[in-house]
Design a protein around this ligand. Structure first.
Ligand code: FEO
Length: 391
């Protein structure tokens, strides 16, 4: 695809990765992704903001074919999907300097062996003049690596945010269709940004000082209405959880599944929304998205070799790592002759500031008393949600 002008002298470059289905050998990409770079041609100097995944570097190099001189390459984030093609870019432009944060400098050297003398660290608030265009660097660390920054093109009021506000969405639409992008952006937030939501909340405050007309991330389309994605982030990062219970379960012989079915019905009768995930076949991205909003998570597991089923342990590990806004957790399931499923799952949730609601664990198939205990658990969840003003 050829460069596309988004403002006077500002161009989208990059690569659309239609077929990629996995990121970090972990995260499903049902909609593919893109690696956006941006070229700013000022009257005196030219700067390239970010690059592309090195596997697609030939796309970027072809787009730069008509650019005779490049003075700067800005690395907002050192991860290879944005900085991995920088070595090839600076090889073509031997006078170009790489601008990044001080921490970014170390990472670019460690990851790509970029020569130290080619890199110039920039300070928070530092300005770069390209002649008639002025770029201001804004350090926003821990989005989601320690070296991250964004930049603001002052005359056109464009904020270039790299991963922040991105979406894994392969599309030829340069600008966001808000109805289409909401879910990929939320999925992206859930999987990548949610563990850092405390620091991102502070960054959102810092960005209030800027009048922004376009937000141009390095994954997915550009936002022509910045308030759309800013408002979504404010909700995901800092809003209250919703009146939602996520039930993530695995069942081997049906007992745990019967318990889940009873609990789902009992919660629904009490006005609590439920999202149910069978961990044997679920898309972890959908589970992560549900965790953005959930006030409660219930993990359902049989006891296997004295502990939780490995898929249940994985769900607990994931919830613990993603640090959602959860307030309540419980465990349900069945066992044959003993074990420590509840204790082991609780031990996997140590990052979360949650109340552990009375687990319901039955021996063998669930009987009347077990089903009544599940009704009681549903009542407790509904009551806790009401006490937070949810629902
Ligand atoms: Fe899109 Fe953190 O890289």
């Amino acid at each position: 695809m050829r460069p596309r002008e988004i403002q006077d002298g500002v161009y989208w470059l990059g690569a659309i990765d239609w077929d990629r289905r996995l990121f970090d050998s972990l995260i499903p990409l049902p909609d593919g992704t893109s690696y956006n770079a941006y070229l700013i041609r000022g009257r005196e100097k030219a700067a390239l903001l970010d690059s592309v995944d090195p596997r697609m570097s030939e796309h970027l190099l072809a787009q730069l074919e008509d650019v005779e001189a490049l003075d700067y390459v800005v690395s907002h984030h050192a991860e290879p999907d944005h900085s991995g093609a920088i070595p090839k870019v600076i090889e073509r432009y031997p006078k170009a300097k790489v601008l990044t944060t001080p921490k970014g400098k170390g990472l670019l050297i460690d990851l790509f062996a970029i020569p130290e003398e080619r890199i110039e660290p920039v300070e928070d608030g530092q300005i770069l003049s390209l002649g008639d265009k002025t770029l201001r660097f804004i350090h926003l660390p821990w989005v989601h690596w320690p070296e991250t920054m964004v930049s603001y093109l002052e005359e056109a009021r464009v904020l270039f945010t790299c991963d922040l506000f991105g979406s894994h969405l392969a599309t030829t639409d340069l600008y966001a269709d808000e109805g289409r992008v909401y879910e990929p952006a939320k999925r992206y937030y859930a999987e990548i940004m949610m563990p850092f939501r405390g620091v991102i909340a502070k960054h959102l405050e810092k960005l209030k000082d800027y009048r922004i007309e376009l937000i141009a991330p390095s994954h997915g389309p550009i936002y022509r209405r910045p308030e759309f994605i800013l408002e979504a982030y404010r909700d995901w990062v800092a809003g209250l959880p919703k009146n939602l219970a996520v039930i993530a379960y695995v069942s081997m012989w049906g007992s745990t599944k019967r318990m889940v079915e009873r609990l789902v019905g009992a919660l629904a009768e009490r006005g609590v929304k439920v999202k149910r995930f069978d961990l044997a076949e679920t898309d972890v991205g959908k589970l992560a998205m549900a965790l953005v909003d959930a006030a409660t998570v219930v993990i359902g597991t049989p006891t296997v070799l004295g502990g939780p089923h490995p898929l249940a342990a994985y769900a607990a590990y994931l919830a613990n790592a993603l640090r959602p806004k959860l307030r309540f957790v419980s465990v349900i399931g069945s066992y044959g002759w003993g074990g420590k499923a509840v204790e082991q799952l609780a031990g996997l949730l140590s990052n979360l500031k949650v109340e552990l609601l009375e687990p319901v664990i039955c021996k063998g198939a669930p009987r009347k008393a077990d089903l009544q205990a599940l009704d009681k658990l549903a009542e407790t969840i509904a009551e806790r949600h009401r006490s937070l003003g949810l629902g």
